[in-house]
Design a protein around this ligand. Sequence first.
Ligand code: AMP
Length: 302
Amino acid sequence: MSLLVVGSVAFDAIESPYGKVERIVGGAATYFAVAASFFTHVNLVAIVGDDFTEKDEAIFRGRKIDTLGLERAPGKSFFWSGKYSEFLNERLTLITELNVFADFNPQLPEKFRNARHVFLANIAPDLQRSVLKQVKGTPKLVALDTMNYWIESTPAELRETLKHVDILVINDSETRQLSNEHNLLCAARHIFKMGPSTLVVKRGEYGAMLVDRRGVFCVPAFPLEEPHDPTGAGDSFAGGFMGYLAGCGRSNDAALRRAMVYGSVLGSFAVEEFGPERLRKLKLQEIHARARHFSKLTQFTL
Ligand code: AMP
């Protein structure tokens, strides 16, 4: 089953204690689409400027990614720049330039409109909603990611969009900011009142937690000795998570648990190199091998 994603396709400048890149293809939808395409067909909706060349677009080629919805407009592509602290656990956003995203009015190609699985990656909430409105009928699963930038600058639009969302996939500080609750279980209860029935909290080096009416499920982050760049780890997590669910066509408890593991697997590969470089080289066999490793990591007897 195919998976529709709308979000940023960007150029990023990244600095971490392991190095620096001035300009690398990034964006939430980029990481998401590449990660999800290991499990299912991905229909990408985004906009880039005329500075985004065929060579840049090559990241989507040779994968199950349909770029018919990748619009080109005169001007510059979305640009983001960030710097990580010594132990990679803190990130400072230096620059966010919306550029062509500022006037983006996404139009879904006809063949994308029957989407049953939708991921509204991190982008302005009104754009997320406008994409959702163009989907015919009621999708089986709608998930959404957002960040402090949108929680602070467009809270009303975000609240409106959340009413139409099944799964909210955000990080721990954003969960707290959105709900005004420090405790993540209390935060989940609060967020359920906004629309979503499932909350997935991405907790960086502490793994991820899923909360729904059945209870809580946690996965660790894969222990790595030398992570290089956490950029896109959350989007890659979401790609593995939603890609797995769309690929298997189920969203029962067992499927959600496996999706959490595949999310964590994709997130762990993303941080191994700068930008999306590790994901570009990744093979499906490596994904399954790491998922088996995860199973061993968390097995115990009572
Ligand atoms: P993550 O590390 O998962 O939070 O995602 C990093 C990616 O998100 C980068 O590649 C950025 O281009 C993109 N990004 C950063 N800020 C924004 C924003 N305000 N809206 C959309 N995408 C963003």
